[in-house]
Design a protein. Structure first.
Ligand code: SAM
Length: 250
């Protein structure tokens, strides 16, 4: 159950700085406070801060991994896109904590491949309130890797691709932005392709174009599910869709 989940009222309300501390921006009151602290030894009456610390970061998240699981994709993308903020979204508490702990550990190690300051993970039910986290046309890439298949007909409404959810993905993606999908379940692949093709905001990216897209290889090789399917010699079905420009108003 996700009753305990809290959501920001809007993207600006999110405490992004606690997820990406290296990108936190100081607000003016914090700067003033720092100046005050510097001159405190001379000041008999230091003034208390007027405002809470800023929650803002210097650039927006641009890549979202929906249902990120244990974060294999996130940690492989981080060094590939060192200047882009990447966010994993995961509904399971323990799995989210695992990824958050790993982010902390990798940041502390500060390896030569990446500082991992650009990657983070949040607990969220992405089927609800996605536009509370991201503003219109904010994202350049959304990954839907090995989503739960929900095989039974009556469970199909729990699938993370549907006409309604595709409209949310279209809202948060910029024109030219991409939705990457991969699954080992043929029926789910056909479902995702069918629903995304039917949606007026998306067009399918041709296979030739995908050959030069590093994200496709990362999604195949670096996700935990991708590795599992590889071990079992299963098939992986990939489909990528581009967010088209909205047509002009009549
Ligand atoms: N993407 C990972 C991979 O490829 O290895 C994990 C795939 S796993 C089969 C599906 C993940 O989606 C699970 O970790 C599950 O908890 C998560 N999930 C399912 N529904 C979700 C939702 N509505 N919001 C966020 N995460 C969700």
């Amino acid at each position: 159950s996700d009753h305990s989940l809290t959501y920001p009222k809007c993207p600006e309300e999110m405490d992004w700085a606690s997820y990406y501390p290296a990108y936190a921006v100081q607000n003016q009151d914090e700067q003033k406070q720092e100046q005050r602290t510097e001159s405190e030894s001379h000041d008999q009456h230091p003034v208390p801060p007027e405002d809470a610390p800023s929650k803002a970061i210097s650039k927006p998240v641009e890549i979202a991994d929906i249902g990120c699981g244990f974060g294999g994709l996130l940690f492989a993308l981080a060094p590939k896109f060192p200047d882009t903020l990447i966010l994993g979204m995961e509904i399971r508490t323990s799995v989210t904590s695992y990824v958050q702990d790993k982010v902390r550990a990798l940041r502390a190690q500060n390896t030569s491949t990446s500082s991992f300051q650009n990657v983070s993970c949040i607990r969220a039910n992405t089927m609800k309130f996605l536009p509370n986290f991201f503003s219109k046309a904010q994202l350049s890439k959304i990954f839907l890797c090995f989503p739960d298949p929900h095989f039974k007909q009556r469970k199909h409404k729990a699938r993370i691709v549907s006409y309604t959810l595709n409209s949310e993905y279209a809202y948060v993606l910029k024109p030219g932005g991409m939705v990457y999908t991969i699954t080992d379940v043929k029926d789910l692949h056909e479902w995702m392709v069918g629903h995304l093709e039917k949606h007026p905001s998306f067009e399918r990216v041709k296979d030739e174009e995908l050959e030069s897209d590093a994200c496709v290889e990362i999604m195949r090789q670096e996700t935990e599910e991708g590795k599992k399917v590889e071990r079992n010699k299963g098939e992986k079905f990939v489909a990528v869709f581009r967010r088209m420009k909205d047509p002009p108003w009549p």
